[in-house]
Design a protein around this ligand. Sequence first.
Ligand SMILES: [Zn+2]
Ligand SMILES: [Zn+2]
Length: 188
Amino acid sequence: MTADFAAPFLFGYKMAEICLRGEQLWLRSGTAGVALAAEGEARCYQHPEHIPPVVGCRCGFFAKRRAEALVLYARYPYSQLLEVELTGRIRTTREDLRGQYQRLLRILVLPHCVRCGAEATLLGVSDQVDPRAELFGEPALSSLCESCTSPRWWLPEEVAEELSVPVSWAVPQEALVLHGVGMQLGDH
Ligand SMILES: [Zn+2]
Ligand SMILES: [Zn+2]
């Protein structure tokens, strides 16, 4: 069952990674691999005449109603949760939201250091091997503490400023989603 209606806004979750290109940070959608802007209007690349989202097509911005529904997409320790707002034309199912316009409201990052488990204070390029870094040629940031800091690191406020999206430490329930279900990196 799907519904097609105009709503003032819908709140949802996505998965994303904070990636480093040169010295610049950018957000990569965890499921589609495309760059996410703080605000955007969806376009359909297969059918340029579409005003997304269109029935029977994959166009439009996707989000999940519940963060838990994203657990299968988590690529620990690189995934971050994104809170988004969808507006304009909207299509919904029980689990999924699709919208014409998307605004990123907040990035929720893992609150513990991926190396030692201590409280995280910064985000950095971990020296853990990321098989996908080779694939994309760009590393993704993960949470670190001050003792395990890497040569390249950012405070959450600095990430927020660079991406124009607020950054918060995930609460335990959200962090569980980010830990995923123990799949190997590169399974998706
Ligand atoms: Zn389309
Ligand atoms: Zn540490």
